[in-house]
Ligand binder design. Structure first.
Ligand code: SF4
Length: 336
């Protein structure tokens, strides 16, 4: 990717956390206007990706570094010290972890400080004075974080005191209104930016319910299982066994992508159109019969017809004959 790289070695070097949203973009442009060299870092997990940040980086010609932080993120997600938001979103500890990872990158790559597009009071839970202080403290880089859009409302940082950054040219935004940012975007000629909300599955109620179930029943979570939580109907048959039933052709395609033939079992009704069913990690004979019966129930056959279901597993393939369990009966297994 491109960058504003001319003589960056003699200019202060700032590394920004980029979500790809307008606030991230503006925070970088405010610093760049002061002749500070800016680059971005963004993070990926199964819960959020780098798509918006990649677009913002291309449009604004800012070099972007992408890091997958799934293992550390999962550990934090199991017991975030500051707790969860409305769903499974551990926003304060998520920010703290991102700043910590960004801080390590800053040290390894010769940046002078970190910055982000956070605005004081914009999000009642994750962008108030307390949460900004919590994030700074728990990241381990409290004295290296600058928030250019709200700097005038926050205590002066070492970067401003030393003259590396001109405090007078930073902003004093606060509160939930987006108007000042929209006006600034027009001044900077930024026309294309995403709407502020969305993009993190941990704020989604359904995804969070499935994730909670997975964390409650498995001590180790496989990455493909975290992706599978996004697709199909999820049913828990017993504490060790769950199944995923494709609802649409698209579900079936996504499920095939994350199906692991080394560990998972796949069930498919023979001779009738029907959904793809996955049993992650496999299950007992009894659970396979139950899963096959549920699978058969999603085909348009009478409940007294015997249906042949093919089961493909890591060790062998087999076919079994079952009577359908209709969706209305199977509903009690639904993870919802
Ligand atoms: S919404 Fe998701 S990505 Fe954003 S801070 Fe919260 S947990 Fe992290």
């Amino acid at each position: 990717m491109t960058s504003d790289s001319s003589d960056s070695c003699v200019r202060p070097r700032a590394l920004g956390l980029c979500s790809g949203g307008l606030d991230s973009i503006l925070s970088a442009l405010v610093l760049r206007e002061q002749n500070i060299h800016v680059e971005w870092i963004t993070f990926e997990t199964p819960f959020f990706d780098a798509e918006k940040a990649i677009k913002a980086a291309k449009q604004n010609k800012i070099e972007l570094h992408i890091r997958d932080i799934t293992p550390e993120y999962l550990e934090m997600l199991k017991a975030p010290p500051a707790g969860y938001g409305k769903n499974m979103n551990p926003c304060m500890d998520c920010h703290a972890l991102m700043f910590r990872k960004a801080g390590e990158f800053m040290q390894d790559h010769g940046f002078d400080f970190l910055f982000s597009g956070e605005v004081m009071g914009q999000r009642p839970m994750s962008q108030n004075g307390n949460s900004l202080r919590y994030v700074a403290k728990h990241s381990g880089f409290a004295d290296k974080i600058l928030r250019p859009l709200s700097a005038g409302k926050l205590p002066e940082t070492a970067m401003e005191q030393s003259g590396m950054v001109d405090r007078q040219r930073l902003l004093k935004l606060s509160g939930r209104s987006r108007k000042p940012q929209i006006m600034l975007a027009a001044q900077y000629g930024v026309k294309d930016y995403p709407s502020p909300a969305g993009g993190c599955l941990l704020t989604d109620k359904n995804y969070s319910t499935r994730l909670r179930d997975l964390l409650d029943h498995e001590s180790q979570q496989r990455i493909n299982e975290l992706h599978l939580l996004k697709h199909g109907r999820h049913m828990r048959l017993d504490p060790q066994t769950k199944i995923i039933i494709g609802r649409t052709k698209q579900d079936n395609e996504h499920m095939s992508r994350y199906f692991d033939p080394q560990t998972d079992m796949a069930l498919k009704v023979q001779n009738h159109p029907g959904p793809m069913v996955i049993m992650p990690g496999g299950g007992s004979k009894e659970m396979l019969f139950l899963a096959a019966s549920i699978c058969a129930g999603y085909c348009k056959v009478s409940e007294t017809s015997t249906v042949c279901v093919k089961i493909s597993g890591p060790e062998k393939d087999e076919s079994i004959s079952v009577l359908p369990v209709l969706p209305k009966e199977a509903k009690r297994f639904m993870i919802s």
